[in-house]
Design a protein around this ligand. Sequence first.
Ligand SMILES: Cc1ncc(COP(=O)(O)O)c(C=O)c1O
Length: 395
Amino acid sequence: MKTYPEGVMNTKKIVRELKEKEHYFYLQQIDKLEGQYVYCNGRKMINLASYSYLGLLGHPDIDAYAKKAIDDYGTGTHGVRILAGTIPYHTELEKTIADFKHRDDSIVFSSGYTANLATISTLFGRHDAVICDKYDHASIVDGCLLSGAEFVRFNHNDLKNLELRLQQTQKYNSRCVIIDGVYSMDGDIAPIPEIIKLCKQYDTYLFVDEAHSVGVLGKNGTGVEEYFNCYGEIDILMGTLSKVIPSMGGYIAGDSELISHLKHRSRAFVFSAALTPANTAAATASFRVIQNEKWRIKKLNENIEYFIGTLRNLGFNLLDTQTAIIPLIIPEEEKTWQVCRFMQNNDIFVLPVVTPAVPPNTSRLRMNVSAIMTRDDLDNVVNKIKEADKIFKIL
Ligand SMILES: Cc1ncc(COP(=O)(O)O)c(C=O)c1O
């Protein structure tokens, strides 16, 4: 029998043990997606694990435009963008994103992960420092490591600690503070106005990942600059096309010089195939739907307020979330698995997050709310959490 490195055998053991205890929730097959519901293991469940915060997946205008793109150009682009891969749908999408984000220009990559990896490692190098919040997404961390820049971290949303890091890194050529607008595990919002002030004071660039803020923050759903009324104050805005936007891909929006540099120098753009016509068209149509159907953002925020308010009144620990990502903290890992099994057995599709993805003693069920959930859906989830509490003592 082939022998693999130790890590491979460890994973095998962990997966086997989780399966034996019925604690294995990963890679479950979703047979059908229907609005706010999923069909899984032969049951119809409320889907609290989707990033479709505005419920755009399956929107007829988005599907129609994606189908038109297939009719026009087929299913692939057969090339990298910089050579023969750019089609009018790409140009249209980049213009749409630039307008949506109030920037000169934008560039799209094959995923949000790639956008972070490529941009950070293209812009910063050996003589620079990248200064990250400890809860930044893995793709930011990987981009920083790949860049070869000094990788410095500050405590989550801690402005004093950030200022200390800025004072400690003055010797580097370029410095960039890199944060998430909304944190993907906790749902809390970065204190962006204060961070902008510090970046100006210490002559440092600011990069914000908007994977979970676009479509959620601001009356028009355009993200952190609208929410904090600080248009043009952030140097680099990153977003994904795979969450609120029901497609695939990631983007950077910024000044034209910056975008042109990335289009000619970032290896993940120059050496990797263009987004497919259907993905690209779906993304463009989605930005239009967000702008035309403002009721979705309003409804999402009503649902967020109702769900968070109800659970907090009952005494549950949701950390400092104010957004569509709502962590139900169950400090003991074993109990988190048990409550998750209980919820799924009761037709609530929710998933556990445990260490090392989150700090020790903060295991949680991560619940994502969407604009298309009804009051009944949310009340049903709250009732199941109350039932779970009676059995497992979550409070
Ligand atoms: C904050 C954040 N940034 C980037 C990404 C990566 O985006 P994508 O899934 O499009 O690769 C994610 C995905 O989970 C994310 O949560």
